[in-house]
Write a protein that binds this ligand. Structure first.
Ligand code: ATP
Length: 286
């Protein structure tokens, strides 16, 4: 049997880091939402007891360094399964971009194999398993829009923000998430107002959502990579109503409700950034 699962990217509307915990993880508070930019994960049952993986587009590992591979491995180990699977990832989400591409592939694999292997696990159970692979996997299991706390694995789903265009631009630089967290000076930087963001979403107040966007990790990435700040300025100059870096970067997204403005921002950015996308905010889990 064969199954194909959509694996959407996420953006952070708000990302705060509260403190470093004794276990080495950071305590975070994030508002995340899915966007209509997605990988496709195709799962084919194998007769033999093995996992294989191939991926198109962008360099991603095809062994157990791949988070989708780890998801299949985890299910086999947890439930003592001898099932085999061949995983094909059609990569559309830029890699190492702050858009949780790998985590979303892992979540799609968990959900798909739950069906393919008839495991009968609930979304909550899949999200708990996902947390063992990576902090963003739990959110990706639920999708939609959520407040994520703990190290990012405690998910409270909330309603979707009002629909709008999301223009994403990723400069061709590599950003190490671990590095960004290490360099973050939690006590010295300005923190986003998560509560206000949650209220703005609850009130469906698009303007307030735009003015409340905030990501504490910008304090590190923008300093190390001025090109990210440059893209933010261009997005604003081209008319985006709200602009923010997603995750630890380097992708920047701009929001607009206006069709022609969205096209203008997209065209304007393509001039000096070769990875630019124009998609809809999904917000609702599918
Ligand atoms: P993070 O913030 O955790 O770095 P990200 O969203 O910025 O995540 P990803 O695209 O998930 O970035 O990739 C981060 C790293 O994970 C890359 O080094 C990549 O090689 C590895 N990786 C493992 N599995 C995948 C996958 N299925 N898709 C993309 N990258 C993957």
């Amino acid at each position: 049997m064969k199954l194909s699962v959509k694996a959407p990217a996420k953006i952070n509307l708000s990302l705060d880091v509260l403190h470093k915990r004794d276990d080495g993880y950071h305590e975070v508070k994030m508002v995340m939402t899915t966007i209509d930019l997605a990988d496709r994960v195709e799962l084919t049952e194998l007769e033999e007891d093995k996992i294989s993986l191939e991926s198109s587009g962008g360099y991603v590992p095809s062994d157990n360094r791949n988070l989708a591979f780890q998801a299949a491995e985890l299910l086999k180990k947890e439930f003592n399964l001898t099932n085999g699977v061949h995983i094909v990832i059609d990569k559309q989400i830029p890699v190492s971009a702050g858009l949780a591409g790998g985590s979303s592939d892992a979540a799609a694999t968990l959900k798909g194999l739950n069906q393919l292997w008839d495991l009968g696990l609930s979304l909550d159970e899949l999200a708990d398993l996902g947390a063992k692979i990576g902090s963003d996997v739990s959110f990706c299991v639920y999708g939609g829009t959520a407040l994520a706390t703990g190290r990012g694995e405690r998910i409270e789903s909330i309603q979707a923000p009002p629909p709008c265009w999301v223009i994403l631009a990723k400069p061709s630089i590599g950003v190490s998430t671990a590095d960004v967290y290490r360099k973050l000076k939690i006590k010295e930087v300005e923190h986003p107002d998560t509560h206000s963001m949650l209220e703005a979403i609850e009130d469906k107040d698009y303007d307030r959502i735009c003015s409340t966007l905030g990501n504490v990790l910008e304090s590190v990435t923008l300093k190390d990579h001025p090109e990210v700040l440059h893209i933010k300025k261009q997005m604003t100059r081209l008319g985006a109503e709200g602009v923010l870096m997603s995750g630890s970067g380097p992708t920047v997204f701009g929001l607009t409700v206006h069709d022609t403005r969205a096209q203008r921002i997209y065209n304007g950015l393509r001039g000096f950034c070769n990875e630019v996308y124009m998609v809809r905010m999904l917000g609702e889990s599918e």
